[in-house]
Design a protein around this ligand. Structure first.
Ligand code: FAD
Length: 459
C-alpha cells in the first residue's frame, strides 16, 4: 500500500502547477492540485490572456483612424464595454473549463480549496478542514499585486486583479507604476477613449529594458494621448462628487474615475506554512530553490513566480515540466534562463531578446550598435506618425548578436523568431547573410549595414 495519499501534491493551479500536475500524472504518478481561486491561474484568469484580449479590443480605434488613409470611410463606431467584458469573460470561462477537463482527463484530482503546508509530507486543505499527505509537495502559488495600503485613500485604488471586472468603462484613469503591466493597461484604456495618465516614481518608464526602447515608447505613448508623469508619487486620494482626486508629492492634482495601482508583484508565500516547515525565503518573500527547483527542505519544491526568478508564463511552465522530468522520469533537467525572448503589449508593442545596451556595456569591452527609427510603410499612407525602432547590439569581438530590440507593430511576434536566432548564437554576419523579406518592416533587421555607434572601452 502507498505510504502517502499522493505521489505529488501541487499547491496552485496556475501555469507552473498545472503543467507539473498533468505531466507527473502522465508518468503514472498519483497527483492532486489544490486551487483557492480558479484553475488556470494568473495567466489565464487575470493576466496574459484577458489582458491581450483587452489590447485587441483597444486597438480598433487606431485601426479605424488608419483605415481612412487607405480610402475607407468608417461609419459611426462605438464600443460597448459591457458586451466586450461579457465576451471576454465567456472566453476565460471556456479556457478555465478546458484546463479543468485536461487535468481530469489525465486523472489529476482537482481540489477547490486553499492549501497550507503542515510538514514536508502533509498539507492542510483549509477550505475543507482536512489534511492530506504526499511524497512530494510542489508550491506553485504564483505572485500577487503589491499595494500601498497605508496611503491615505488607498481603498479607492484597484489592482490588476480587479481591472478585468470593472462594471463600466471609466472616463478618466490614473495608472500608478511604470512597469509592463501598468503601461499595457495605459495603452488599453487610452485606446478605448479613456483619458489616461501614468504616474511613475522613477526617472523613465519600463525600467530594465533598453534605454532607447524606453524613451521611444514614452514618446509614442504621449503622441497617442497618454499623459506620463515621472519622478512623482501619490500623496493622497480623496473621493468626492466629481470622482477621485489624486494629489501627488510633486504638486499635481489629477481627477480620475479609477486608479489602477500596478507597482509590481510579490511572491505569494504569506500564510502558506513555509516558516513552520523551515522553507527558506529570500528578502522579498520568494522561495529559494536550487537549479532543480528544490527548496532547502527535502520533498518540498517550488516553481514559477513564487520563486521570483523570471516571472513569465512560459518560464513557469518550463520549470514545472523540468521538475517532473527530474522527479518522475529519472531525467534531471535544468532551465536555461539566458536569452529569454519577451513581448510587452504596449501600444506600440515591444519585442526583445538579450541584453539592453546598458547591460551589454557592463559586460563587454567592445560593442557595435545598429539602430534604425523609421515610419513603417503602413503608417505613411495612414498619415500615422508612429515610428518603429529596431536595435541590434553586437559584441564587436565575436560578432555575436547579444541583444535585439524592436518597438512597433507585431514586434511581439518578431521576438519569438529573433529569440531562436539569438539563442543559437547568431552573429551579425548571419543576420547580414539572411535575405530580406520584402516589403516588411522587419527586413530592417537584416539590412542595417553600418553601426550607428561603436563603443570601445580601451580607446
Ligand atoms: C496583468 C498581468 C499580465 C501578465 N502578462 C503576461 C504576459 O503577457 N506574458 C507572460 O509570459 N506573463 C505574463 N504575466 C505573468 C504570468 O501571469 C505569470 O508569470 C504566471 O502566471 C506565473 O505562473 P505560476 O504558475 O507561477 O503562478 P500563477 O499563474 O499565479 O498561479 C498560482 C495559482 O496558485 C493559486 N494559489 C495561491 N496560493 C494558494 C494556496 N495557498 N492554495 C491554493 N491555491 C493557491 C492562485 O489562486 C493561482 O491560481 C502577467 C501577469 C499579470 C498579473
Amino acid at each position: 500500500m502507498n505510504e502517502f495519499d499522493y505521489d505529488l501534491f501541487v499547491i496552485g493551479a496556475g501555469s507552473g502547477g498545472v503543467r507539473a500536475a498533468r505531466m507527473a500524472a502522465t508518468y503514472g504518478a498519483k497527483v492532486a492540485v489544490a486551487e483557492e481561486y480558479r484553475v488556470g491561474g494568473t495567466c489565464v484568469i487575470r493576466g496574459c490572456v484577458p489582458k491581450k484580449l483587452m489590447v485587441y479590443a483597444s486597438k480598433f480605434a487606431h485601426d479605424f483612424e488608419d483605415a481612412a488613409g487607405f480610402g475607407w470611410t468608417v461609419g459611426d463606431s462605438s464600443f460597448s464595454w459591457s458586451d466586450f467584458i461579457a465576451r471576454k469573460d465567456a472566453e476565460i470561462d471556456r479556457l478555465n473549463g478546458l484546463y479543468i477537463k485536461n487535468l481530469e482527463r489525465h486523472n489529476v484530482e482537482i481540489i477547490q480549496s486553499r492549501a497550507e503546508i503542515e510538514s514536508p509530507h502533509r498539507v492542510r486543505l483549509t477550505g475543507q478542514d482536512r489534511h492530506v499527505t504526499a511524497k512530494y509537495i510542489l508550491v506553485a502559488t504564483g505572485g500577487r499585486p503589491n499595494f500601498a495600503q497605508h496611503l491615505p485613500g488607498a481603498e479607492h485604488m484597484i489592482t490588476s486583479n480587479e481591472v478585468f471586472h470593472l462594471e463600466d468603462k471609466p472616463d478618466r484613469v490614473v495608472v500608478v507604476g511604470g512597469g509592463y503591466i501598468a503601461l499595457e493597461f495605459a495603452g488599453i484604456f487610452n485606446g478605448l477613449g479613456v483619458d489616461t495618465t501614468v504616474l511613475y516614481r522613477g526617472e523613465e518608464i519600463l525600467r530594465g529594458f533598453d534605454d532607447d526602447v524606453r524613451a521611444t515608447l514614452h514618446e509614442e505613448m504621449e503622441k497617442k494621448g497618454v499623459q506620463i508623469i515621472c519622478n512623482d508619487v501619490i500623496s493622497s486620494i480623496e473621493k468626492g462628487e466629481d470622482g477621485l482626486t489624486v494629489k501627488t508629492k510633486g504638486g499635481e492634482t489629477l481627477m480620475a474615475d479609477q486608479i489602477l495601482s500596478a507597482i509590481g508583484r510579490s511572491p505569494y508565500t504569506e500564510g502558506l506554512g513555509l516558516e513552520r516547515v523551515g522553507v527558506e525565503l529570500d528578502a522579498k518573500g520568494a522561495i529559494k530553490v536550487d537549479e532543480h527547483n528544490r527548496t532547502n527542505i527535502d520533498h518540498v519544491f517550488a516553481v514559477g513566480d513564487v520563486t521570483n526568478r523570471v516571472n513569465l508564463t512560459p518560464v513557469a511552465i518550463r520549470e514545472g515540466a523540468a521538475l517532473v522530468e527530474t522527479l518522475f522520469n529519472n531525467n534531471p533537467t535544468e532551465i536555461d534562463y539566458e536569452n529569454i525572448p519577451t513581448a510587452v503589449f504596449t501600444q506600440p508593442e515591444i519585442g526583445t531578446v538579450g541584453m539592453s545596451q546598458a547591460e551589454a556595456e557592463a559586460a563587454f569591452d567592445n560593442l557595435d550598435i545598429y539602430m534604425a527609427k523609421f515610419r513603417p510603410m503602413k503608417n505613411t499612407l495612414a498619415g500615422n506618425d508612429e515610428k518603429m525602432l529596431m536595435k541590434i547590439i553586437v559584441d564587436a569581438d565575436s560578432d555575436k548578436v547579444i541583444g535585439c530590440h524592436v518597438l512597433g507593430s507585431d514586434s511581439g511576434e518578431m521576438a519569438q523568431l529573433l529569440g531562436i536566432a539569438v539563442k543559437m548564437g547568431a552573429t551579425k554576419a548571419d543576420f547580414d547573410a539572411t535575405m530580406a523579406v520584402h516589403p516588411t518592416a522587419s527586413e530592417e533587421l537584416v539590412t542595417m549595414k553600418e553601426p550607428t555607434s561603436r563603443i570601445r572601452k580601451n580607446g
